[in-house]
Design a protein around this ligand. Structure first.
Ligand SMILES: Cc1cc2nc3c(=O)[nH]c(=O)nc-3n(C[C@H](O)[C@H](O)[C@H](O)COP(=O)(O)OP(=O)(O)OC[C@H]3O[C@@H](n4cnc5c(N)ncnc54)[C@H](O)[C@@H]3O)c2cc1C
Length: 546
């Protein structure tokens, strides 16, 4: 039987597993990724890539390609709430096109204080770009069409059995570490004996219970949509609740419909599309799947020793707020550098457990936000008057429209949730005397307080501060007269990678108030101060989890 050795084995080549592989390679670590399906996802699930994920993709060198693959450059990313597509528009949240979002980000007028604004791009396109990038990468061994069958964790390695789905060929893979990026049904999580906790399949009028996801193509131009173009159309009527999303801004859509039961035989996809439209529609069904919304689940542990979980294998949310995949991508970035430190011999014995300390509280936080949005949009009844032309219908639409306009802002403009992620109880972060800002979903306060995401600043030459952050730690110095040679030499001696970056005080002092800021490999501030830590070795031991 063929035996292969690698540093990190990743089970699952969805968006999170692929991001982990790319980040590991950026850290110089060789990995192997197995994915049961032969191809990347053919179902457009996630379509909202948030600003933080886009920042990570920028550092991985793929953000421009991903942005090109999103909705057409001038297509509005509005969210419209309608009774039917040919019925009444109840409310609309105007949101910028791809081009306008980038302009807003450059001139600082958008709601997200970052280099990469949120982006609307189907998971189909995203995964394909990440997959191609992994295939091009000499440090990543990509095995699609292979399933992880079993694994055994030993003192110094993990031994896994992998099988090729179509030929039955078996391989033994020996790795220093195994990561389960294998989705909600994670075999890795189950083998570890780790359960999900929380609530599953909460029933609601929308985004809770049985749902159908119908991916379809229209045979003619969608001029039948009697409303102006939007990215999402929420259909809110007394007998039908659904969400229609444009996939390519032209002729492809995905319709997520709330159905009584998910028995495939009893469901007619064309009928669902016609109900959403309010008239008979002919379309080519590309793919139709049943799924269950209303999960608010999180693994009781994110792993141990040599085996860890990321993405949906660690948490499963209802898609409201677009937090599932994005939270997983942030998990992957946090875990990758810690695995790299272990593989390269400079990580301490507590470093990997800090992954769970950092990320599980964020999983719980984002799970609660996703659930609250689902409750807001999914837990009200709609009277049949909503489609009535008479005054009572008008009043019904006015009241519901007001509620939906407010809901739209609360679900889709969430800079605090996306950029305000901070690691408060991390053992490897060195706190200072300052108090945290309130964790407000809508108000992001840029701060270099340890644990926070290093705030974004545009620098001269058009680069963003995050473009200066290296794969290891980055020491930002605002006073070039302060000597750092001994500090950097001590770090280098024990293998802790620290890059020195000198920046102009005037350019960044609004958010970087100290003369030194040490940013971790994941872009979160590890420490800041006006003088370097007194006991260098103790300090370095702390940040490497020793
Ligand atoms: C309708 C819908 C809309 C959504 N919208 C959004 C959104 O806008 N934004 C957002 O952030 N999230 C969204 N999500 C959630 C998002 O799709 C998931 O969070 C995301 O796919 C999780 O990525 P993952 O890589 O962790 O897992 P997955 O995408 O599930 O990938 C896991 C991979 O592992 C493979 N695998 C499983 N077992 C094995 C094995 N034993 N061996 C080898 N391979 C294996 C599978 O084949 C699969 O390819 C949405 C979800 C749905 C259903």
């Amino acid at each position: 039987m063929l035996e292969v050795k690698t540093k990190v084995l990743i089970s699952g080549g969805g968006p999170v597993g692929l991001t982990l592989a790319l980040e590991l390679s950026r850290q110089g670590v060789e990995c192997l990724i197995v994915n049961e399906q032969e191809t990347t996802s053919i179902h457009p699930k996630a379509n909202a890539i948030n600003a933080r994920s886009m920042e990570h993709f920028r550092r991985l060198g793929v953000s421009s390609e991903i942005r090109e693959a999103g909705l057409p450059e001038n297509y509005p990313t509005d969210v419209a709430y309608v009774t039917r597509l040919t019925g009444y528009e109840l409310a609309r949240l105007s949101m910028p096109s791809r081009v306008s979002a980038l302009e807003e980000s450059k001139d600082g007028t958008g709601p997200y204080d970052c280099a990469e604004p949120p982006h609307r791009c189907s998971q189909i396109y995203l995964e394909s770009i990440l997959h191609k990038s992994a295939l091009r990468n000499r440090l990543i061994n990509v095995l699609f069409g292979y399933r992880l069958e079993s694994f055994k964790e030993l003192e110094n390695e993990v031994i896994a059995n992998v099988v090729h789905i179509s030929t039955g060929e078996c391989r033994i893979i020996k790795a220093d570490y195994l990561v389960g990026a294998d989705g909600g049904r994670s075999m890795v999580r189950r083998e570890l004996g780790i359960r999900y906790e929380g609530e599953a399949g909460i029933e609601r009028q929308m985004m809770g219970g049985s749902m159908m996801a119908t991916y379809f193509r229209l045979s003619r131009d969608p001029s039948w949509l009697e409303i102006s173009p939007a990215w999402q159309y929420w259909i809110v009527s007394s007998d039908f609740r659904a969400l229609l999303m444009t996939v390519n801004g032209k002729d492809e859509f995905v319709l997520l419909s709330r159905v009584e039961n998910s028995n495939r035989e009893s469901i007619d996809d064309l009928e669902l599309i016609s109900r959403a439209a309010g008239c008979s529609i002919n379309a080519e069904i590309i793919l139709s799947q049943s799924w269950t919304a209303g999960h608010a689940l999180i693994a009781e542990s994110y792993g141990r020793r040599r085996v860890w979980l990321v993405g949906d294998s660690a948490h499963l949310f209802t898609p409201t707020g677009g937090l599932g995949m994005n939270t997983g991508i942030d998990d992957a970035i946090n875990l990758a550098w810690k695995l790299s430190a272990m593989v390269n011999g400079w990580g301490g014995q507590n470093l990997l457990s800090s992954y769970e300390e950092d990320r599980r509280p964020i999983g719980l936080r984002n799970l609660a936000f996703a659930k609250s949005f689902a409750e807001s949009i999914g837990s009200f009844d709609v009277s049949s008057n909503i489609e009535n032309m008479k005054p009572e219908g008008h009043e019904e639409r006015r009241v519901l429209g007001k509620f939906l306009a407010d809901h739209g802002k609360r679900e889709f403009i969430i800079p605090g949730i996306v950029l305000g992620v901070r690691y408060e109880n991390s053992e490897i972060i060195c706190p200072d005397e300052t108090l945290p800002f309130k964790d407000d979903p809508y108000d992001y306060v840029p701060t270099s307080r340890p644990g926070s995401r290093a705030p974004h600043v545009w620098l001269s030459g058009g680069l963003a501060l995050c473009d200066y952050l290296g794969p290891g730690f980055t020491l930002i110095r605002l006073n070039q007269y302060k000597d750092v040679d001994d500090f950097l030499a001590a770090a280098s001696e024990i293998g802790v990678p620290i890059t020195l970056v000198d920046l102009e005080y005037d350019e960044i002092c609004e958010f970087y108030e100290r003369e030194f800021t040490l940013v971790g490999p994941d872009g979160h501030v590890t420490w800041r101060g006006d003088v370097l830590p007194q006991n260098t070795n103790n300090f370095l031991d702390r940040i490497r989890g020793m």
